[in-house]
Design a protein around this ligand. Sequence first.
Ligand code: DX5
Ligand code: ZN
Length: 228
Amino acid sequence: MSQIKIAPSILAWDLGDLEGAIQISMRGGADQVHLDVIDGHFAPNITFGPGTVKALRSRCDLKFDTHLMIDSPHLYVDKFLEAGSDLLSFHSEVLNGSKFDELYRAVHAKGKEIGLAIKPMTELPTWAAERLDRISTLVVMTVNPGFSGQTMDMSVLPKLRKMSALVEGRGLPTDIEVDGGIEPENVQEVVKSGGNVLVAGAGVYGKKDPVSAISVLRERALQVRDAR
Ligand code: DX5
Ligand code: ZN
């Protein structure tokens, strides 16, 4: 049974106080910090780059889960690895099999993990299904990339169940990360559908007590995971 991991997305905090955001994650016992990098091309927002990741790295020892929502990831993969990302997730929509292989070699050479993200309307491409054993995390987006605070698109859940069945059927240890609109009210549905890494922006940083919001999500997730 996959481990439940909570990954707060700092995009939902005051962007002038990212250090405060990671401190909340550390105090709340988060498993990893989700860092959303958006280039204004792949999705309609611009966030931060490797310089910010590097600055945060020196202030935090949690796993850095960097979600690259950018058009040309091959131009930046080394920069984000050098900056201290532990898991680098790339979008399937801008890749093909040979581009993925190139990124995989770069990430693997540094001993780091590679993730593959898919937008709500994207199905897992055949080239990705063929390379599933190299992908440590499948990131299933439940909102369109761009902004924190959107409502989860529940119509993605059948696809999530399909991904989870695929991974289990092959006996792989692949994490299934769900990204977008996770709240205490829907986290159990997400876990029942096969998600085990739970990204939460507004679901953590939008709460009055963000430190305990991390435990709330974890406890609710564990209730259904243990019942599975
Ligand atoms: C959207 C980002 C998400 C987002 C999550 O482009 O990839 O990680 O910040 O935030 P919430 O949980 O508020 O939807
Ligand atoms: Zn994200």
